[in-house]
Design a protein around this ligand. Structure first.
Ligand code: KDG
Length: 314
């Protein structure tokens, strides 16, 4: 039975292997993405019992995703195939200084998700539900599904972790800010990155951001800061977790893997700081490879990296 569940939009990823516009002839690697699907795969690779819910199109990409979850050991038995709407995809274009996400996901199968698609007991029987702002941004009914799932989780004492994952291309900032602040107040753990923490709170310093996130109402705030590590804050504690010094190639999916490692360790009964340490270690592995999924580490690798990190603080 799935212990750690997530739902949202899976995407097929086309990731430029080099910087350059169409005339450069840069090649694109095909892979997979979608924050909630990345989370589920990372959970399974890190030895958590992962369950995933979505809708895919009745197309080649949808079938590729179904094969992926099966091969990765993610329970996708409740994923539906939508005969009318396609599977979404995105390109990571490296044309200028920064990588740009170009989406082809409007009207996708996953965007049709609604509260009725969440089976009875699916959230209630899990130990942890992970939800994200991207699922809220892809459509009104998917956003309703997030709220309903969170309410059901709270009623059943299922832990709720929340990554606001703000994507300004998907919804206006004022809306993203209002909805994600409201949702953060309903969750057990709110886990933005530093930039999102700044957007949500209007503060600059990690300590001030963490304190303001707690004031929203979540009992635990985890601020992911990439190469600067992470911050874990509650009313009683404020801990800084370091990061490994690695050569970053592509940050795509690193936050999702951090979240998954945090979820797996939390369900195992580890402290929030120890859970964030595993998150920081696992995320350091992801940034070293191209694509959201291929570089997600197996548990033994993440444990070894976490061991190196603990030595660096000892
Ligand atoms: O967190 C990584 C995701 O951003 C990527 O896989 C694509 O889900 C995605 C999105 O909507 O940006």
């Amino acid at each position: 039975m799935a212990e750690i569940v997530s739902f949202g939009e899976p995407l097929v990823e086309f990731n430029a292997e080099a910087v350059g516009g169409p005339r450069s002839g840069a090649l694109y690697s095909i892979g997979f993405g979608g924050d909630s699907s990345n989370f589920a795969i990372a959970t399974a690779r890190l030895d958590g019992r992962a369950g995933y819910l979505t809708r895919v199109g009745d197309d080649r990409f949808g079938r590729m995703l179904l094969d992926l979850w099966r091969d990765e050991g993610v329970d996708a038995s409740r994923v539906a195939t939508d005969p009318e709407h396609p599977t979404g995809l995105y390109f990571i274009v490296r044309d200028g200084s920064a990588a740009e996400f170009v989406y082809r996901r409007d009207g996708s199968a996953a965007a049709q998700l609604c509260p009725e698609h969440i089976p009875d007991g699916w959230v209630e029987r899990a130990r942890l539900l992970h939800v994200t702002g991207i699922t809220q941004a892809i459509g009104r009914s998917a956003c309703d599904a997030v709220f309903q799932a969170v309410e059901r989780a709270r009623a059943a004492d299922t832990i709720v972790t929340y990554d606001p994952n703000i994507r300004p291309k998907l919804w206006p900032l004022h809306e993203a800010r209002a909805v994600t602040r409201y949702t953060a107040a309903m969750c057990d753990v709110v886990m933005p990155n530093l930039e999102e923490g700044r957007l949500l709170t209007g503060r600059d310093d990690p300590y001030d951001i963490a304190m303001e996130l707690l004031e929203l109402g979540a009992p635990l705030a985890v601020l992911k800061m990439g190469s600067a590590g992470a911050v874990v804050a509650s009313a009683a504690d404020y801990t800084r977790v370091p990061a490994l010094d690695v050569r970053a190639v592509d940050p795509t999916g690193a936050g999702d893997t951090f979240n998954a490692a945090f979820a797996v360790a939390t369900v195992e009964g580890r402290s929030p700081a120890a859970a964030a340490l595993l998150g920081s270690a696992a995320a350091a592995h992801v940034v070293q490879g191209l694509g959201a999924v291929n570089s997600i580490p197996q548990r033994r690798v993440a444990d070894r990296l976490a061991g190196e990190l603990s030595l660096s603080i000892a």
